[in-house]
Structures are given as C-alpha cells and as structure tokens.
Design a protein around this ligand. Structure first.
Ligand code: 1HE
Length: 258
C-alpha cells in the first residue's frame, strides 16, 4: 500500500494540530491508504494538543471515495471496506480532541461523510455538497446514513441522493451541513480561530460534548436525562470547573459575549 504520509500533512501549532489532506491532483479523492493515514493521525494525537483542524490542499475539500479502487472489490471486500470507513470516521468523531473541518469546493460523497464526523464545519463560499452515490449506482458506505440525518434530517438526505442535486455553501449552512460560511476566502483562519477557542475549554467539557452528548441524543428520554445528570455532576466536581466558577464570581472571568 502506498505511503499515506504522501497525501497528508500534519503540523502541530502549539495546542492545535493542523491536518491537511494533500491529494489535489485527484481532487482529494480518498483511497484506502489516505483513509488509514487519517486513522493513524487521529489515533495518536500528540500530548498537549487540545483541538485539531482538518483542511485540504487545492480547490476542493474532497471528491469522496477514490472510485478507481471501488471497481476492484467483491461483496465481502466491499463490506469490510465500508466497515473500515466506519472505524476511521468513529476515530475522528470519538477521538481525543474536537476537530474543526474547513470545507471548500467539492465536499461530496465520502468527503461529506468525513466532514460530518468532525465536530464543527466551516465552509468557504466555494463549497458545494452532493451525494452522487445515487448517480453512481451505489449507496453511502462511510456513515452518512447515520450522521447526515442528524445534521439535516432524513428526508433532506434522501432528496440529495434521489436527485443528486448540488447544495451550495449558503444553502448548506441553512440546512445544517456547516455551522459557518466564510464570505471572504480564507476558511482556515476561521477554523483555527474556532479551534483555539475550543482548546481553551475545560477538557471535561470537551469530553462531554464529544462522547456524552451524541450518546444522549441516541438515547431514550429517561436514559438521556440520567446520563446528563451523571455527566453534569462529574463536570461540576472537577477542580477546573470549581476554579472557573470562582473566577467568575470574583470578577476575573469574561462575561458572556466578551
Ligand atoms: C477522482 C475522483 C474520485 C476526481 N475518485 N478519482 N465521488 C464522485 O462521484 C465525485 C467525482 N468527481 C467529480 O465529480 C469531479 O472530479 C469534481 C467535481 C470533484 C472536480 O471536477 P474537476 O473538473 O475539478 O476535476 P476532474 O477533471 O473531474 O478530476 C481531476 C482528476 O481527479 C481526474 O483524474 P485524471 O487522472 O484524469 O487527472 C479524476 O478522475 C480524478 N478524480 N474525483 C477517483 N472520486 C465510503 S463510500 C463513499 C462513496 C462516495 O464517495 S461516492 C462519490 C464519489
């Protein structure tokens, strides 16, 4: 298998890890080596890193699955391949640090699946979203059927697949595909700014948002409320929470909006 580091740049900037998909000549199409490279990076976040930014070289975030590899798979290989995507994207979603995705150009198929496993999505104005699997005669296999309905609702996802339509950056933010649209060019600056803010949170808060909130959302009301109480009690009893509350009460902490 080719060396995945050829298609991934990883740059630690203090508390942030900037991970860049670097295969622009193939519009950042994701082959197996690149996917496994992402798994390796997000499985070994260096000590001291508190948030990550996932961005891409070139004009496009990702054209999705490398279709040249798809042609060679039989049914069993196809099943393992889809499960490999699930494993890697779970590694991003349920890893050790929150991940901010910076989107531009094509964010389609598997590219949208990767973006939807990240915790915050910033879209440059050039971003466009699509699920061309329907047109290619296949089905999503990288977790989109689970993650996208949570972002935009099942019927909007079905519409994207039935019709193959392209969703613009502006429509995408309205639908819930991204949290932010950056009007003037540079999404990376915005992504880094957000990641720096996230890195300043108490680690227990970020843990709860990454690992507990999605489980609560998947639970029944009574289980969810119990999990919320347990998480709230653990978070409140941490030394960091006590210090932060004291800072506010004694006038040292920022007010909301400052
Ligand atoms: C690729 C891929 C790819 C480009 N796999 N090689 N994804 C798709 O169905 C999207 C397919 N791609 C496109 O529609 C277009 O490439 C774009 C709209 C993203 C960009 O267009 P453009 O004109 O800038 O680039 P291009 O000329 O189409 O592509 C440049 C090269 O990248 C070209 O290779 P070359 O050797 O001829 O230079 C393309 O073949 C190559 N390329 N996209 C392989 N996807 C876990 S399951 C997920 C299932 C899916 O993701 S299905 C959706 C797949």
């Amino acid at each position: 298998m080719p060396d995945p580091s050829a298609w991934l740049n990883v740059d630690q900037q203090d508390e942030l890890l900037i991970v860049t998909i670097n295969r622009p000549e193939k519009r950042n199409a994701i082959n197996d080596a690149l996917l496994l490279g992402l798994e390796a990076v997000f499985s070994a976040i260096p000590d001291g890193v508190k948030a990550a930014v996932l961005c891409a070289e070139g004009q496009h975030f990702s054209a999705g699955l490398d279709l040249s590899e798809l042609q060679e798979r039989d049914i069993v290989d196809g099943l393992h391949h889809s499960r490999m995507w699930h494993r890697v994207l779970d590694r991003i979603q349920f890893g050790t640090v929150p991940v901010v995705a910076v989107l531009k150009g094509a964010c389609v198929g598997g590219g949208l699946e990767i973006a939807s496993a990240c915790h915050i999505r910033v879209a440059e104005q050039s971003t466009f979203y699509a699920l061309p699997e329907g047109q290619r005669g296949i089905f999503v296999g990288g977790g989109a059927s689970v993650r996208l309905p949570k972002l935009i609702g099942m019927s909007r996802m079905a519409d994207m697949m039935f019709t193959g339509r392209v969703v613009s950056a502006d429509e995408g933010v309205w639908m819930g595909l991204s949290h932010y649209v950056v009007l003037d060019g540079d999404g990376l600056t915005k992504g880094i700014e957000l990641a720096k803010r996230i890195a300043k949170n108490a680690p227990m808060t970020n843990y709860a948002l990454m690992h507990v909130l999605p489980r609560i959302a998947d639970s029944s009301q009574s289980e969810g409320l119990l999990m919320e109480s347990l998480m709230a009690t653990i978070a409140q009893s941490s030394t960091e929470a006590k210090d932060r509350l004291r800072d506010f009460l004694e006038g040292r902490a920022k007010k909301v909006g400052e």
